[in-house]
Write a protein that binds this ligand. Structure first.
Ligand code: C2E
Ligand code: MG
Ligand code: MG
Length: 663
């Protein structure tokens, strides 16, 4: 309390604590003795105003405890003090510390700010689960206005994607721990689902009963979809949606643990389509994709629901058959897969036929770790392909040996040319009527320093796999040209030699000028060479094949279609390509004496070939009966052990000589 001149008359302890002074430093003094000059001037001005107007003043202001330096917020009332007869004698001031309240207010303001501006949806509901309030972000994310949801149950957002157990776990957590946090799918007003991260906190009353549930949630659908997509791309095949190699490995790990516990077996199957490339090349990639989708579906239909079908890439699939109590079950499934795959495929307006080969390895019988099992299945698949496709093959120890053998042969082959280990043999091709040698087929042999003579059926495909076939073919062609030039000059000017050209060479060698040059240097005309191609070559990319064949023809060479009857035997393509000779495969010739159907086929092939202006060479003629039948059917040439086995150059030369004498 101050008098009208601003001099302190009295104060209480709280005031003394605030200014940090004792009575004698306050009473009888003015504000100018106690506060800073600025503050004192402010107070003086307030006091003067009160005395002048005769009315109390309410002021809110910050102050600082002189000793502790604590900031406080005061709610101050200053009132004029009068004597009983109404004379103004001074000013009484009462200040209340309302710092706490002030802080609470600020917090509330801040909370409101957050609440309004948050990008997270906020929903507050009461203990009965009625929505009390939602913020603007909630309205934006869900599409509901506050008015539409207040009073309703938050359930209205549920998308139905989570099951009862999910919500039960959530409520259990809320009851027990007072909060829950997790990911879930909600539904917007427009029916769209969205992924959200939800945090629910329970706010309690003093008696620990529930007062509010406060839910914070966001919409991370886009992020979630992006994450899902990345995960899918990493683990699933884009085209078929089947697990990819990586996912297959994961599943293998899991399944191996399971079968270890159950004591059952697991089979890993590798599957490869036998002629997928042809489909792709002839009908286009769209058709190829359709076929793969169809294959994926057929595979899934053949296995049990807990088995895994995965696509490793291209036309390669892997299948895990798990929890097998016996192997016949597995065998049944593998057979049904082969049968199912061999059914015709409707690709747009075309019908395609494809078969599959399967390699099988069994855990734990053949191996106990994933790498070994994968390698085994691969080797078994290889064996199935070699054995003639459209079949399955089990992994055996001998397969492993064969795989190692292939690797070894591929290595040994590198030096074989330089070490002169290859030799060309010549098998005569005779006019079937007269038995006269008109041509010969050049057939390669490998004199392996350790393993002796290796047949081309054993090493050509390895050379094709490693690409060494290109160099070997160059060597072989040069060799043949050299012999040809000698024989034509000295023994038989019209001699023709058939040269087997590997499909790999045919598809990859784009320039034959080096071969043509070899012939030119030796003065050998192109017409003395017959290029033997196989049917597979003709199915693949027509224009390129046509160009190549045209090039051969331009150079005077002739073309023979080898092994006719064993491949696609699609007669329709024959008229599309300029082919001079058809070689009926020995598989047909072998049985013509006692298989009327084979004989009929041979006759039909011969008639058709002649109609298309082609001559026919029968392969594998081994006895006179066959020769007579073929001659009767009008076959032009024969080749086989009946006439001669493949001969060395020297032997063939001798034979040619005696043949010449006969002429
Ligand atoms: P191919 O072109 O069909 O050759 C005919 C095969 O039948 C030859 O086997 C020949 O020895 C064999 N053969 C001939 N007459 C008879 C017979 O009366 N009975 C039986 N059972 N077989 C007979 P070879 O020499 O083992 O060659 C096998 C295959 O290897 C050839 O089949 C050919 O596709 C390929 N080949 C051979 N030499 C070469 C070559 O220099 N380059 C390429 N790319 N492939 C070659
Ligand atoms: Mg041949
Ligand atoms: Mg042949």
């Amino acid at each position: 309390m101050k008098n009208s001149a601003g001099v302190y008359l009295a104060c209480n302890q709280a005031y003394k604590d605030y200014v940090g002074l004792s009575d004698e430093h306050i009473i009888g003094k003015t504000d100018f003795d106690i506060f800073s000059h600025d503050e004192a001037e402010l107070f003086e001005e307030q006091d003067k105003r009160i005395l002048k107007e005769g009315k109390p003043l309410v002021i809110k202001q910050w102050g600082t405890y002189a000793l502790s330096g604590n900031r406080v917020f005061f709610d101050v009332i200053k009132a004029p003090v009068r004597t009983p007869d109404g004379e103004l004698v001074g000013v009484l001031g009462i200040g209340r510390d309302i710092t706490r309240r002030k802080e609470d207010e600020e917090k509330l303001e801040l909370a409101a700010l957050v609440y309004r501006n948050s990008s997270e949806a906020i929903l507050i509901s009461n203990a009965d689960n009625h929505i009390l309030a939602v913020n603007p972000a909630f309205e934006k994310i869900t599409g509901y206005t506050a008015a539409e949801v207040i009073g309703r149950d938050p359930k209205l957002l549920s998308s139905g994607r989570q099951d009862k157990a999910f919500y039960k776990a959530m409520w259990d957590a809320l009851d027990e721990k007072g909060y829950w946090r997790g990911e879930l799918w909600n539904r917007r007003k427009n029916g769209e689902s969205y992924a959200s991260w939800l945090t629910i906190n329970v706010v309690y009353n003093e008696d620990r009963s529930v007062r509010y549930y406060v839910e914070l949630s966001n919409d991370f659908t886009e992020k979630k979809e992006a994450e899902d997509m990345i995960w899918r791309q990493a683990n699933f095949d884009f085209l078929t949606n089947l697990p990819n190699r990586r996912m297959l490995m994961d599943r293998m790990k899991q399944e191996l643990v399971k079968v270890n516990q159950s004591g059952k077996k697991l089979a890993l199957l590798f599957l490869d389509l036998d002629n997928f490339k042809d489909i792709n090349d002839t009908l286009g990639h769209d058709a190829g994709d359709h076929l793969l989708l169809d294959v994926a579906k057929r595979l899934k239909d053949c296995v049990r629901e807990f088995d895994t079908v995965s696509r490793l890439g291209g036309d390669e699939f892997a299948i895990i058959l798990t929890e097998l109590s016996d192997l016949p079950t597995m065998e049944k499934i593998a057979h049904s897969i082969l049968r199912s795959l061999a059914q015709p495929y409707q690709l747009g307006s075309e019908i395609a036929y494809v078969t599959g080969s399967i390699g099988i390895t069994v855990y734990p019988d053949d191996g106990t770790d994933i790498d070994t099992l994968m390698r085994n299945a691969d080797q078994a698949l290889y064996a199935a392909k070699l054995a003639g496709r459209n079949r399955m093959s089990y992994f055996t120890a001998s397969m492993q040996a064969a795989a190692q053998n292939r690797i070894r042969l591929a290595n040994d082959m590198r030096i074989a040319i330089n070490e002169h280990q290859f030799e060309m043999l010549y098998q005569p091709i005779v006019e079937i009527e007269t038995g006269r040698i008109q041509k010969a087929e050049a057939l390669i042999r490998w004199h392996h320093p350790v393993r002796g003579i290796i047949s081309p059926t054993e090493f050509i495909f390895i050379a094709e796999e490693t690409g060494q076939i290109l160099t070997i073919s160059d060597w072989a062609f040069g060799e043949v040209a050299r012999e040809l030039s000698r024989w034509r000059e000295h023994l038989f000017p019209d001699l023709q030699i058939s040269f087997n050209i590997s499909p790999i060479v045919f598809q990859n060698k784009n320039d034959y000028s080096d071969w043509f040059e070899v012939l030119e240097k030796l003065n050998v005309p192109g017409s003395s060479i017959v290029m033997e191609i196989t049917e597979g070559v003709l199915i693949v990319s027509n224009t390129q094949v046509l160009d190549r064949l045209a090039e051969f023809h331009q150079y005077g060479m002739e073309v023979a279609l080898d092994d006719f009857g064993t491949g696609y035997s699609s007669l329709s393509y024959l008229k599309k390509f300029p082919i001079d000779y058809l070689k009926i495969d020995q598989a047909f010739v072998r049985h013509i004496e006692n298989e009327p159907k084979d004989m009929a086929l041979c006759e039909a092939i011969i008639v058709m070939a002649h109609k298309l202006d082609m001559k026919v060479i029968a392969e594998g003629v081994q006895d006179d009966g066959q020769r007579l039948l073929l001659a009767g059917a009008g076959c032009n040439y024969g080749q086989g052990y009946l006439f001669s086995e493949p001969l060395t150059a020297a032997e063939f030369e001798k034979l040619l000589e005696s043949n010449r004498l006969e002429r």
